[in-house]
Design a protein around this ligand. Sequence first.
Ligand SMILES: C[S@@+](CC[C@H](N)C(=O)[O-])C[C@H]1O[C@@H](n2cnc3c(N)ncnc32)[C@H](O)[C@@H]1O
Length: 174
Amino acid sequence: MIWQVMFPRGADIWLCINPHATRVTQRTLDAHGVHAEIINTDFASGLQKRLVGMMDVIVVNPPYVLTLEEEVSCEGITASWAGGYNGRTVIDRILPVVDELLSDSGWLYMVTLTANNPSEICLLTRKRRFASCIFVQRSTEEKSLHVIKFWQEGVDDVKDGNITSSLGTWFGTK
Ligand SMILES: C[S@@+](CC[C@H](N)C(=O)[O-])C[C@H]1O[C@@H](n2cnc3c(N)ncnc32)[C@H](O)[C@@H]1O
């Protein structure tokens, strides 16, 4: 799934362009008795028209690997990693969509590589009225990953204990 969205009353949307990923995710959630709306679509398919300003938490693990542009968003498994030039093609398309979807007090958490130039991403989003910070950073011999957190500038960064805790577990900080 490219992203997961959570609403305050527990509604949950998961979205991916790959039909195999959506099928397997549905089966996994069913097996664990978890209810969520799974949508097999391109994230830029117009979802924002029905959900403008309604999303409270968006978690995005985009395809961030540096590849040829032709591989981006193509069918099958390649779409999982192909991020195009600088690994930024999908990331740069996601940001304006998120801009429309996020509620005033919403948060976006997005995974990037150092090679994607996270500082530049933060500067770009600043122009779109988003404050940001590098929330978690982890490096291995192969890659260095960051989770960037974004929120609307001027909005109090109220407690986000649950999401902080789950991302902490994911990145082994707990
Ligand atoms: C890096 S993988 C992340 C997979 C999963 N979230 C994880 O953490 O293992 C990126 C995901 O984005 C999906 N994806 C790529 N381009 C997309 C697009 N244009 N719209 C929706 N999903 C897309 C891929 O199919 C893949 O599932």
